[in-house]
Design a protein around this ligand. Structure first.
Ligand code: BDR
Ligand code: CA
Length: 311
């Protein structure tokens, strides 16, 4: 199995991504989960990560709490999407599993250093603060990381927190710039693809029909999460942004994209956090990312449902 670190700010869609990874032990070895402030403040994202691991029957997973604010800006949160706790919807018990010792940034650095070069994949599902801090503090880890596969950014779908910015990049654009310029192989799952991973009513019924605590919780999470997109955009259901990262590791053939140059806007007030993606190759800037543009949504949902059935 491919060793991964999941860096996350749960978030209902982060929760489903964690469940998908934990349900796939033959493909993925979750070395650690690191938490970051994003959808809600750090104490809540950390609590939610513990709730999700316990829901999956995995209180043994090492969860490290990380940065509680972006590198250079005030934290922007998204309770308007995810609710007050960040994981509104299902009623789940308060977690009792312990947090792992050590800051998330140290855990990322130590884990990458401890493994042979080219082994560890990092999966950021929230603002990139922990990853950028690790790369800045320990530049020696960059050439050792196999790949960073992240959810963030947008091109044709423009923005969801401002007209031109996607939430994860917008919250910490300075961190995003460090990651996109790090030279680490990068795969990016932007809104262009995650807005195609919609939990329609039949897909949510399939989660509920699993008849398990996990199936029920996922259905309740997406019920809650979808009200935002339905009311605001008239969308057919909740977009499962973050699980696209894990699904890309499991079934890359379900996705298609291009190797392109992506720069992060960090200065303009109007377009702060925009992923300036050279999709049409109109500059001579070197490609630094595999930018995903499309997915086979039915394939994605059958994989997800099939894997969640194991928990
Ligand atoms: C991203 O922002 C968060 O609200 C979601 O968890 C996802 O990671 C989508 O823009
Ligand atoms: Ca997230």
């Amino acid at each position: 199995p491919r060793p991964i670190i999941i860096d996350t700010d749960p978030g209902q869609d982060d929760a489903v991504a964690i469940l998908l990874a934990l349900a796939s032990p033959e493909d993925l070895e979750v070395l650690a989960i690191t938490t970051v402030a994003g959808n809600v403040p750090l104490d809540l994202t950390t609590r939610n990560a513990r709730i999700v691991c316990e829901l999956a029957g995995r209180p043994d997973i090492a969860i490290h709490a990380g940065c509680d604010r972006p590198l250079a800006r005030k934290l922007v949160t998204a309770e308007h999407v995810h609710g007050k706790t960040g994981l509104d919807g299902p009623v789940l018990p308060e977690p009792t599993m312990p947090l792992a010792d050590g800051h998330a940034v140290d855990a990322i650095i130590d884990t990458v250093r401890a493994r042979p070069a080219g082994e560890v994949t990092i999966c950021p599902l929230g603002p990139l603060t922990n990853i950028a801090t690790a790369l800045t503090r320990a530049p020696d880890i960059a050439p050792k990381i196999r790949e960073i596969v992240l959810m963030g950014g947008a091109y044709f779908e423009v923005g969801n927190i401002t007209p031109t910015a996607e939430f994860n990049i917008y919250v910490d654009p300075e961190a995003a710039e460090i990651v996109f310029r790090s030279g680490v192989p990068l795969t990016v799952l932007p809104l262009d693809v995650t807005h195609k991973a919609l939990v329609t009513a039949p897909r949510n019924d399939a989660f509920r029909a699993l008849g398990s605590a996990v199936g029920h919780a996922v259905a309740e999470m997406t019920d809650f999460f979808e009200r935002f997109d339905k009311e605001k955009y008239g969308s057919q259901g909740a977009p499962l942004h973050d699980p696209c990262v894990i699904a890309h590791l499991l079934r890359p053939e379900t996705f298609s994209g291009r190797r392109i140059n992506v720069e992060i806007e960090t200065r303009s007030e109007l377009t702060l956090g925009m992923t300036v993606a050279d999709w049409w190759g109109v500059t001579d800037r070197a490609p630094n990312a595999h930018f995903i543009g499309d997915l086979d949504a039915d394939g994605f949902f059958s994989l997800l449902t099939e894997r969640l059935a194991r928990l």
